[in-house]
Design a protein around this ligand. Structure first.
Ligand SMILES: Cc1cc2nc3c(=O)[nH]c(=O)nc-3n(C[C@H](O)[C@H](O)[C@H](O)COP(=O)(O)OP(=O)(O)OC[C@H]3O[C@@H](n4cnc5c(N)ncnc54)[C@H](O)[C@@H]3O)c2cc1C
Length: 495
């Protein structure tokens, strides 16, 4: 086993998953975790009040990426996993001020059922025909990247992009699809185009192939999973399992310095320093840039060039009797062309069980997206008025909420814009100069919780290999493979 000192900066899910894997692999490691906030979990934050389970950030993870459910299982949370409730119904999309159901059978933006699509009022007949004739459209042959918007328009037409794909995408990245890199966000869609000649044909072929077995027989069968008491249970279980860690909470790291003769010194804002042989920076790219600025200015510039979007979630509890007549399934997404501040709304208490007492319903709205982030900074009373006003317009919801909680997430969602993969390759080349320094987290190869867990586990494995004397030339970063399909879904089809 490798002996040594490892310091992790950032106690979000990526940093904690790395700490867990390091601790499991080697009980003798000297582990320090430095976190700026006074609590752990980063974007994962569950609050409980008056019988409500309120998710401030993520509320679920994609089941098709097994890392998160698997981690819950090993932490003894298998029995706590819950899938979306059957009663919750489907997802709606706002179209010309009215909520229309998302046609059944749309998976990862690709339609697999003709009849629900033909019946839908979301698209004109012309738009539907353009979408369905995707099966006859020749694939693009050159190898370059393109924006997600250009890809979807090319395959399915402008209408399908504006009215279907764009709002679903916005629910994932809060991003501008005209800027997002197809290869960094949806590489599987491009692979499918090349392999099957059509995304519809590709999706149908994959459907016919046997589905992957569930992580464990007890894991609920649902596209999206959560924990009965909210995702905060995962953070609590991780922290409880981490013995003998030197926790430095409420103390931001300020700079990473290389020490002559090997190892690093991490300077903290309170004037102290932590010495380590390997350092894992599990912080947002903009924060990581400041940490490495003196060590490697070029690396810092690369990190600074990863754009971020600010977002906010507003949870509102209503008396059930006040909203009884309002039916909007599991929630709805709002296309940019509808010109609203809200981008998505979830009926949180219908989506997962036990989120609210019987006499209350819990609703959650999202504001803030690329190019339209101003609302995130509004004072609480104005933001509340804005959201309740839009809910009144869209749902006819006039009742006053009995509880409102607002959570702002400044510079929270990294945007994998065109050039992201080249930037990752350049970052990897810089890191080859800094043995034992690893970067991980949502900024790089997947924004969803399962991706961040995989990033933490890989970084832990590489740190261990480094400490046990793997050749210096061995790359410390995961290979620059295209990012997996996204699994963050702040309000997309995973509503
Ligand atoms: C509103 C919202 C909803 C989302 N919904 C979903 C969802 O439903 N499903 C899903 O899979 N994903 C979702 N995501 C995405 C997902 O939550 C994040 O991508 C993921 O949690 C990021 O984890 P991380 O460990 O990389 O970073 P973070 O959680 O951001 O953790 C980084 C940590 O580093 C700390 N830090 C920063 N600077 C310093 C410093 N100088 N010194 C020490 N510590 C520092 C921060 O305080 C933070 O705790 C959502 C994100 C948001 C914002």
């Amino acid at each position: 086993m490798a002996a040594g000192r490892v310091a992790i900066v950032g106690g979000g899910i990526a940093g904690l998953a790395a700490a867990y894997r390091l601790r499991q692999a080697d009980a003798g490691l000297e582990l320090t975790l430095i976190e700026a906030a006074s609590r752990l979990g980063g974007k994962i934050l569950t609050e409980r009040q008056d019988g409500l389970v309120i998710e401030a950030g993520p509320d679920s993870f994609l089941a098709s990426k097994p890392a998160a459910a698997a981690l819950c299982e090993v932490l003894g949370l298998g029995d706590r996993l819950v899938g979306t409730t059957r009663e919750s119904g489907g997802t709606y999309i706002l179209r010309a001020g009215r909520l229309e159901p998302l046609p059944e059978g749309i998976t990862l933006l690709v339609p697999t059922k003709v009849r629900p699509l033909l019946r839908s009022r979301l698209l004109t007949l012309r738009g539907k025909l353009r979408l369905l004739t995707e099966v006859f459209r020749a694939p693009r042959q050159d190898e370059g990247d393109e924006s997600v918007a250009s890809f979807v328009r090319r395959r399915f037409g402008r209408e399908a992009y504006e009215r279907l794909a764009q709002p679903l995408l916005s629910g994932i990245y809060a991003g501008d699809a005209e800027q997002l890199s197809l290869l960094a966000t949806f590489p599987r869609l491009r692979e499918s185009e090349l392999r099957y000649g059509s995304l519809i044909r590709g999706m149908l072929a994959q459907r016919r192939a046997a589905p992957p077995p569930p992580v464990a027989s007890r894991t609920p069968t649902s596209g999206f999973l959560s924990l009965r008491g909210g995702l905060g249970e995962l953070i609590d279980a991780l922290v409880a399992s981490l013995d003998g860690i030197n926790w430095r909470l409420g103390t931001p790291a300020a700079a990473v310095e290389r020490v002559d003769g090997g190892g690093y010194l991490i300077h903290l804002a309170d004037g102290t320093a932590v010495a380590a042989d390997a350092v894992l920076l599990a912080t947002p790219a903009w924060a990581t840039a400041e940490l490495v600025a003196d060590l490697d200015a070029e690396l810092a510039d690369l990190l600074r060039s990863i754009p971020y979007v600010s977002t906010a979630t507003i949870s509102l509890a209503y008396r059930r009797s006040d909203v009884a007549q309002i039916g909007a399934g599991r929630g709805f997404v709002i296309p940019h062309i509808e010109n609203r501040e809200l981008t998505a709304v979830t009926w949180a208490s219908s989506k997962f069980p036990d989120r609210a007492p019987d006499d209350l319903v819990l609703l959650r709205g999202f504001v803030g997206r690329a190019g339209r982030e101003q609302a995130v900074d509004l004072p609480d009373d104005q933001l509340r008025a804005l959201v309740t006003g839009e809910l009144r317009d869209i749902l006819g919801l006039r009742a006053e909420p009995v509880l409102v909680r607002i959570y702002r997430w400044p510079r929270a969602l990294p945007q994998y814009v065109l050039g992201h993969l080249d930037r990752l390759a350049a970052i990897d080349r810089r890191l080859e100069l800094h043995h034992g320094l690893l970067l991980l987290g949502a900024a790089y190869r997947g924004v969803g919780i399962p991706d961040c867990i995989v990033a933490g586990e890989r970084a832990a494995a590489r740190a261990l290999a480094y400490l046990s004397g793997a050749p210096a030339s061995a790359p410390l970063q995961p290979p620059t493979a295209p990012a997996p399909a996204p699994s963050a879904h702040r309000g997309g089809s995973g509503l």
